[in-house]
Design a protein around this ligand. Structure first.
Ligand SMILES: [Zn+2]
Length: 342
C-alpha cells in the first residue's frame, strides 16, 4: 500500500510517500481502508521527535481517520465488511481501575493510534475492533475524519473536567485551533456565554460563525482587561487553554474567583513561573486534561448525528502531498482541520 512514512525524526523533508507492507489484523483487530484522515499537532511533534514515548520507526502518523472495514480478525464480532467507521484514537486495556470507571486516558497502558502504533496516513490501518465506531449516515468520511481528536479533547475538557454549567462565562483560547473551534460549539450547546480569543481577525470571524458571543484579538487588545469589561469585572468561570506560556498566566488573571482553568497542551511554552498567592487567594482550580474516553467520543458522534455541532474543515490534500499539508499547519495558515485523502 501507499503511505506517508518517516524513517528518522526531522523536518517535513523526512516524510516520504512510499510503499509500505499492508497491515494484517490480529484476532481482535480490523483493517480499515482509509477514506480520509486529518492532521493534528501531535503528528508534527512526533515527526520532529520532541515527544516522550518511543514510536515504531519507520513510522506512519495519523490519529484521526474514517473509512470502511476491509478485513476482520478471527475473534471479532459485531462489525461487518464494508461498514463505514470512524476511528476512535485511544487504545486502552479495558480491565484496569481507570478503564472500568470510564477514564480510558488514565489507563497505564493507554496509547494513541498513529502515535505508539502505525496510523491513518496510509491506504490501510490496523486497529482494535473496539476502536471502529459506526459513522452516522448524515456524516461524510471527510467530516468524520475531522472529528475525533479535537472534539474528544474539547468534550473531556469542558464537560468531564471543568463541568461547565448553564450561564457560565467560558473563555476559549486559540479559537482558530481544532480544539478551540470544537470547544466554542460545545460550550454554546451547554448554555454558556463564550468569549473566544485568537491572534487574527480571520480566526475571530470563524469563532463568531461557530457561535462565540464575544471575541478578543490578543495581538491588539488587552485580554485580561477585555474579559473584565465583558464580565462586569467578575472574570470567566472556565478557561479552555492549550497554548501555555504568557497565555496561561494571563488566563489566571482573567479567571473569576473559584474559576477553573483547564489545560490540555502547551503548544507555545510548557514551562512558566507561577505566583501561588494568586491561586489560593482567588480559589483558582488548575485542571489538567488528556484526550478522553470512548464513551465521550460516542456522545460527540451523537451530537453530530443530531446536527448540533459541525466539523470545521479548511483544506484537503492528497496523501502524496502530506509534507505540504504539514507545512501548511506548521506555518499556522490553517483555519480548521486539514485533511489527507489517500
Ligand atoms: Zn486500562
Amino acid at each position: 500500500m501507499k503511505a506517508l512514512v518517516f524513517h528518522e525524526y526531522g523536518g517535513i523533508e523526512k516524510l516520504k510517500y512510499e510503499e509500505f507492507p499492508e497491515p494484517v489484523p490480529e484476532e481482535t483487530e480490523v483493517v480499515v481502508r482509509v477514506k480520509a484522515a486529518s492532521i493534528n499537532h501531535l503528528d508534527i511533534w512526533m515527526r520532529k521527535g520532541i515527544r516522550g514515548p518511543k514510536i515504531p520507526i519507520p513510522h506512519i502518523s495519523g490519529c484521526d481517520g474514517a473509512g470502511e472495514i476491509v478485513k476482520i480478525g478471527k475473534k471479532v464480532s459485531g462489525v461487518s465488511l464494508n461498514e463505514r467507521v470512524i476511528i476512535s484514537p485511544g487504545i486502552n486495556c479495558g480491565e484496569c481501575h481507570y478503564c472500568r470507571t470510564g477514564w480510558d486516558s488514565l489507563c497505564p497502558g493507554y496509547h494513541i493510534v498513529g502515535y505508539q502504533t502505525q496510523g491513518t496516513f496510509a491506504e490501510y490501518v490496523r486497529i482494535p475492533a473496539n476502536n471502529a465506531l459506526p459513522i452516522p449516515d448524515n456524516l461524510s468520511y471527510e467530516e468524520a475524519a475531522a472529528i475525533p481528536l479535537v472534539f474528544l479533547t474539547a468534550y473531556h475538557m469542558l464537560f468531564t473536567r471543568a463541568k461547565v454549567q448553564v450561564g457560565e462565562d467560558v473563555l476559549v483560547m486559540a479559537a482558530g485551533s481544532g480544539v478551540g473551534s470544537s470547544a466554542i460549539q460545545l460550550a454554546k450547546l451547554a448554555g454558556a456565554r463564550v468569549i473566544a480569543s485568537a491572534g487574527s481577525q480571520e480566526k475571530l470571524d470563524l469563532a463568531k460563525r461557530l457561535g462565540a458571543d464575544e471575541t478578543i484579538n490578543y495581538q491588539t487588545e488587552d485580554l485580561v482587561q477585555k474579559v473584565k469589561n465583558i464580565t462586569g469585572g467578575k472574570g470567566v468561570e472556565v478557561i479552555i487553554e492549550h497554548i501555555g506560556g504568557e497565555n496561561f498566566k494571563q488566563g489566571l488573571y482573567a479567571l473569576s474567583r473559584n474559576g477553573r482553568l483547564v489545560t490540555c497542551g502547551a503548544t507555545a511554552q510548557p514551562v512558566i513561573d507561577l505566583d501561588l498567592r494568586l491561586l489560593f487567594v482567588k480559589h483558582i482550580n488548575l485542571i489538567g486534561s488528556y484526550m478522553g474516553a470512548k464513551w465521550e467520543l460516542l456522545e460527540v458522534i451523537k451530537l453530530f448525528q443530531r446536527k448540533k455541532v459541525k466539523a470545521v474543515i479548511d483544506k484537503k490534500f492528497n496523501l502524496s502531498q502530506g509534507s505540504m499539508a504539514q507545512q501548511y499547519i506548521e506555518e499556522r495558515r490553517n483555519l480548521g482541520k486539514v485533511l489527507l485523502i489517500p
